[in-house]
Design a protein around this ligand. Sequence first.
Ligand SMILES: [Fe+2]
Ligand SMILES: [Fe+2]
Length: 441
Amino acid sequence: MTPFRFYLVTDTHFYEPSLGASGKAYEEYMKTEQIFLAESSDMVKAVFAQIMADKETEYVIMPGDLSKNGERESHKSLIKELYKLKEAGKKVFVITAAHDYNEWSRSFKNDELVPVEGVSHQELYDLYYDFGYSQAFAVDKQTLSYVAEIAPKVRLLAVNCDSCEETKGVIDDRLLGWLQEQIDQAKKDGCFIFAINHYPVVPCVPVFDLVGDAQVRNWRRFADFLADNGVELILTGHMHIQSINEYYSKQGNRLIDICTSATVGSPMQYRRIDISEDAVMKVETLDVPDFGWDLGGLSVREFADKQFVVSNINKINRALNGDEVYKKILKKVLNSIKVSTLGKIFFVKPDKSIKDKKFMDFAGEIGCCIFAGDQPHKKGTPVYNAVSGVLKRLNFVIRKIEPKLQKGDNPINLTEMVLNTIANNKGYSDNNAEFNLKNIE
Ligand SMILES: [Fe+2]
Ligand SMILES: [Fe+2]
């Protein structure tokens, strides 16, 4: 096959800073927001500068959530940057997602949250025409999915299932039929096919299978469809997480789902993927570089992780605001309790390396590790021992919950799901990995 190499940059959530990103309303908003707004344009520009400096890599692929919330000015500014990539010789292929056209386009001016002009879903086709649609030989106008031959005999199946509120995350029969036609044609033409979709297809970590919109809603059906049709690779975003997952259909065919973090939120990474002549795929993870802001002595990663932890703690506390006594007690307990105290409640003795941590900080650190991929908390580590100890004590409750969470005929083992979420036990890295793909016949 034709070897090809590309950058994968997703969930740029680009926000045009001149719209306004300061004041009381902004500060309040950022207390519970995981991704950056004021800094986002400089973060994306810094990544694009790195990409432009690499003369060896021709393609840039972006699977959706291009803008913060569909602001017209954010789209305009991002598109300017995409043209710069193009002028530097890059071929850019994007799809859009719900954050690119929704009705929540807002800015922050004079301490207020102010509505600003957004764009409609239909407009996205014209706006991003030069970044996928102009090169496509088939477009599904209803969803803005398309197929393009991005290199000789290499076909990109750009799937969009984020085109309206009612069918968000659903690959329906009509779209499936259209995709089948495109795959059949690509096979007839002897092409290697790979796909992109904003939503992950395979749950990024096991517990995400319990969260409605964390992946394609009918994900098993779509995963089987792709795998059994010989589409072995899909590139996704949406969950702002670094994960790679292999899924095998009942017929034994494989689908590899590579989900990548937001460019503008912890762990702030993007990828370079190299597929060789003999179909060996090398996945490399890169960090968002210094983007020219004063981060108060923190590294880019520390800055992003801090926002991740603080915003999530604030979200929990906000959910516990209210006059109800139980909320007041729970809030006080959660914010003051140490891991050692929690251990005493569950008759678990946490290791000395974690026992003095505040529970909220401890949970925040685990959360950060999950979203960065390659989670280190494997069997025998202090975090594993503490979490598995508590799960054992809760076993009688877990057994009662499991049947209620079960969807279809796939039984749920909640304990295993949690332990395989805090540790990567898959046998390959979520960040830097190598796979032998099926070559075209
Ligand atoms: Fe996103
Ligand atoms: Fe999304």
